[in-house]
Design a binder for this molecule. Sequence first.
Ligand SMILES: *[C@@H]1O[C@H](CO)[C@@H](O)[C@H](O)[C@H]1NC(C)=O
Ligand SMILES: *[C@@H]1O[C@H](CO)[C@@H](O)[C@H](O)[C@H]1NC(C)=O
Ligand SMILES: *[C@@H]1O[C@H](CO)[C@@H](O)[C@H](O)[C@H]1NC(C)=O
Ligand SMILES: *[C@@H]1O[C@H](CO)[C@@H](O)[C@H](O)[C@H]1NC(C)=O
Ligand SMILES: *[C@@H]1O[C@H](CO)[C@@H](O)[C@H](O)[C@H]1NC(C)=O
Ligand SMILES: CC(=O)N[C@H]1CO[C@H](CO)[C@@H](O)[C@@H]1O
Length: 498
Amino acid sequence: MMNQSTHQKPHAILFPYPLQGHVIPFVNLAIKLASNGFTITFINTQSIHQQISKAGRSNVIDNENNDLFSCACKSGLDIRDVSIYDGFPVDYDRSLNHDKFFEAIMNDFVFHVDEVVGKLMLSNPSPNILIGDTFYVWSSTIAKKYSLVNVSYWTEPALVFSVYYHMDLLKQNGHYDCIENKREDIIDYIPGVKAIKPTDLPSYLQSDDTNMVVNRIIKRAFKEVQIVDFIICNTVHELEPEIITALQKYLSIYSIGPIFSPGFTNTSVSTSLWSESNCTDWLDTKPNGSVLYVSFGSYAHTNKETIVEIARGLVISEVNFIWILRPDIVSSEETDYLPIGYEESIKDRGLIVPWCCQTAVISHPAVGGFLTHCGWNSIMESIWCSVPFICFPLLTDQFTNRKLVVDDWKIGINLCDEGSISRDEVAEKVKFLMKGKEAEEIKQRIKKIKKELEDGLALNGSSQVNFSKFMDDLESKISKKNVLDVEFENQKLNHIAK
Ligand SMILES: *[C@@H]1O[C@H](CO)[C@@H](O)[C@H](O)[C@H]1NC(C)=O
Ligand SMILES: *[C@@H]1O[C@H](CO)[C@@H](O)[C@H](O)[C@H]1NC(C)=O
Ligand SMILES: *[C@@H]1O[C@H](CO)[C@@H](O)[C@H](O)[C@H]1NC(C)=O
Ligand SMILES: *[C@@H]1O[C@H](CO)[C@@H](O)[C@H](O)[C@H]1NC(C)=O
Ligand SMILES: *[C@@H]1O[C@H](CO)[C@@H](O)[C@H](O)[C@H]1NC(C)=O
Ligand SMILES: CC(=O)N[C@H]1CO[C@H](CO)[C@@H](O)[C@@H]1O
């Protein structure tokens, strides 16, 4: 009987956070686990599911069944597509109503999750693992209720994890949530973190109002993460060795990144929330390394003045560029932010599109630099293509990621040092990165960092070995749990028999 139960097939339920930057690494993880024989049930919110399937490429989405994973399944992977109600109508503007939406995600979403997981427990093979985004505050509660091994997936660098994990230390030292004057001195007491400036902390930790919804989510989520079985992190050990080693003292944390889709640019699963413009033909007309790619990601907003200064600065720089401008980059209520006649004025030197397949663009030889908001996926992808950065963080972990890129790895430069930016500064920085002789060293260094990523993913590389270890530890936890479950059932039977 024991043998039978110890060989139960692993079936993991995956819950990405309902944001573009989280969905991508979750999908890539799903493919990786499924390629290793796991059954996966992938749970998007209905809103995210509908947005992806509307935007999706017809060649990879089975429109009849509206199954985002049909193409991956045809190639033999067992990935089941399920969507879940998040408490709001699908077309509700979650970005505009950010606080209200995330308040509900923190407090009420768990009831919908409970219902869906309850039903899924009847599926075959029956689920035995829950992999939730670290930002979810309910993972171990649900895992406990359904007796699932609980795994927390952190889609940002270990540095950011560590800073959140040690919020109490920041508080004790007056660097977070203190009423008196905020301290401006270097933070050097977080285990494994040599030194970090208060202005390099994630934006939520720099805020005066520590009672904001995201701060409360982080506080609860990082309590929750202390009791999960395993944490997996989309980073490479060699990039953040001291931080990860320090965390390993109290947590089962595995660095398994970067998690890309198997073809990098050629995904068999759609992940994009907006339809992607194809920039290949335009890029084909440009000399190698001559194009600056400009994107501020999927989530953050900026103001109209900033957009105008960047627009003018790009023109002054005389560099070719592709600029991703989401209609809601300022706000979904102010979509008319470019100077009048701007798009016509740039002629063929610039291409402005609402969204694109980022991996396809940055892996094109014409691209030589990336003006970025410093989202973690963007950084990993661009390192993979050896494309160096101009950093313009806007929100959340982006400030901390900037520190890694500019101060630690020296593979990028800052756009500006705080405050507002000017067109001349934009032009100067763009010219420096794209045309300056000094930028050559940056390009050499990014090749070295790229090598770390490659080595990590190689056959005996750290991420590959850690991933195998994670899967082994997971399976042994499942079989242990099964033994306990069987004993528990037997006890119950004995009890009833008496
Ligand atoms: C989730 O992890 C914690 C810590 O290991 C454990 O106490 C809890 O029982 C786990 N849940 C289940 C159902 O295994
Ligand atoms: C790209 O993806 C499609 C669909 O999954 C697949 O048929 C094709 O072989 C892939 N090509 C490469 C180069 O990986
Ligand atoms: C984009 O266009 C190029 C050139 O026309 C084509 O080869 C490529 O397949 C297109 N990519 C996608 C994802 O449609
Ligand atoms: C541009 O880059 C591609 C890909 O690396 C290479 O094959 C090609 O020869 C390069 N073209 C020139 C003009 O250097
Ligand atoms: C990987 O490690 C194993 C065990 O240490 C060894 O037998 C194998 O030759 C290594 N493979 C490579 C490609 O280095
Ligand atoms: C959890 C775990 O085994 N982590 C390992 C990942 O890889 C690095 C580098 O090989 C090890 O030092 C970690 O211990």
